[in-house]
Design a protein around this ligand. Structure first.
Ligand code: SF4
Length: 400
């Protein structure tokens, strides 16, 4: 994978589509069910989205787009025509690099051969399908409406239309799932020939029906040991078919890593449009973040109102490590040092020694890399390093 260079290369564009056919039992994303009259929801949303793109197009960086990611919600509820019009609006302000990666998330219940062809025609070249489980019981518990068969047919539809780059998302660790059951699901999925996999352990988010059922004792999650074993068998099963893990939850055939996400994890700029979307720019000064409201009426009323919030030195370092260490290639402080003039490498080598001795980090070379055990406790590793930097040097306290 080629390292992105902040200063000269392009940026990533994220477009949030906040509607779903129904809400899955584990989901806390910013999304709402599609009502009976689609255009009552989509027309104002698309109008606001265009307004936001136009406003940002006038102020955002004069650099090309390297990647686009349509996430949600369910972006595959957009028609190819609507998506083409969004891209036309984007192209008024930015060029796309020649080999721009353009990904759309797909829900199996929304796909037809015509739609798949339409997406390709407007420039989409990567599909990321939410499969989530190949066990009917798992799909039911997760609140997914599609069947296993429907997911398989959707995958074939995408391939038949000509999608040469398809990713599948799966969730493991749902109530009642066994290590053996997860191994079987994953092994079966790999026979489809997917290019990329995002494999997430089920997380109990606050306020979801799944969380309520677990808290009431109606559902029981696999034990911690079983979950860890699922994570470990995932690594070994994917490796057996030549898929490499390149980020804690992501696996790819060589050259099929998600460029959009890798750029984000390496600290590149991205612009997020749509309700609930986030943006990041590394410069000027210590960089800034922007978060759109997770509130549809508010977004529709003022789609361009979200402010940019400057970062502190502590945020710069915490975020860079939190994202960079997710990657198998590890994290180098070089970019932070260059952009912000912080001398981080030597203090971090010293601060990291207890983590190396505990087997959570590899001995630093020019970069810092988690071990397999470290990957299971990323938050703690980053928290430890930031506290150690705070207590041993003044590097996080002085604002430039
Ligand atoms: S389809 Fe995705 S975004 Fe929509 S409710 Fe389900 S998990 Fe959430």
């Amino acid at each position: 994978m080629k390292q992105a260079n902040h200063a000269r290369e392009g940026f990533g564009l994220y477009i949030h589509v906040p509607y779903c056919l129904q809400r899955c039992s584990y989901c806390d994303f910013f999304t709402m069910p599609l009502g009976e009259n689609r255009s009552d929801q989509f027309s104002p949303y698309l109008r606001a989205l265009h307004q936001e793109i136009i406003a940002l197009g006038k102020e955002w960086l004069d650099r090309p787009i390297r990647t686009v990611f349509l996430g949600g919600g369910t972006p595959s509820l957009l028609t190819p025509k609507e998506l083409g019009e969004v891209f036309d609006c984007v192209r008024q302000y930015w060029e796309f690099v020649d080999d721009a990666e353009i990904t759309i998330e797909i829900n199996p219940d929304t796909m037809t051969p015509e739609k798949a062809q339409g997406y390709l025609d407007v420039g989409v070249n990567r599909a990321s399908m939410g499969v989530q489980s190949l066990n009917p019981e798992g799909l039911k518990l997760l609140g997914r409406f599609h069947s296993v068969d429907r997911a398989k047919r959707c995958y074939e539809t995408l391939r038949d239309a000509g999608f040469s780059n398809v990713s599948c998302d799966m969730i493991y660790g749902w109530p009642g799932q066994t290590v053996e059951g997860w191994s079987q699901e994953l092994t079966e999925l790999l026979t489809w020939g997917t290019d990329h996999l995002s494999l997430y352990e089920l997380i109990l988010e606050r306020g979801t029906p799944m969380t309520r059922a677990v808290n009431k004792g109606e559902l029981v999650l696999p034990s911690e040991e079983e979950s860890l074993e699922m994570f470990r068998v995932t690594r070994s099963i994917t490796q057996d078919v030549g898929m490499q893990w390149y980020e804690i939850s992501n696996y790819a055939q060589p050259g099929r890593e998600s460029r959009h996400n890798v750029d984000n994890w390496r600290g590149s700029d991205y612009l997020g449009v749509g309700p609930g979307a986030h943006s990041f720019r590394a410069l000027p000064e210590l960089g800034a973040r922007r978060a759109n409201p997770r509130n549809m009426p508010k977004y529709l009323e003022q789609p361009t109102a979200s402010p940019w919030n400057n970062r502190s030195r502590e945020e710069v370092v915490t975020e860079a490590m939190m994202f960079g260490l997710r990657l198998r290639e590890g994290w180098t402080p070089q970019l932070v040092e260059q952009l912000y003039g912080m001398e981080l490498y030597e203090p971090l080598v010293e601060a990291s020694q207890p983590l190396v001795e505990d087997g959570l980090l590899l001995e630093p070379s020019d970069r810092f890399q988690l071990t397999e055990r470290g990957a299971e406790v990323l938050d703690e590793v980053v928290g430890f390093l930031v506290s150690a930097l705070e207590s041993t040097s003044s590097i996080l306290q002085v604002d430039i």
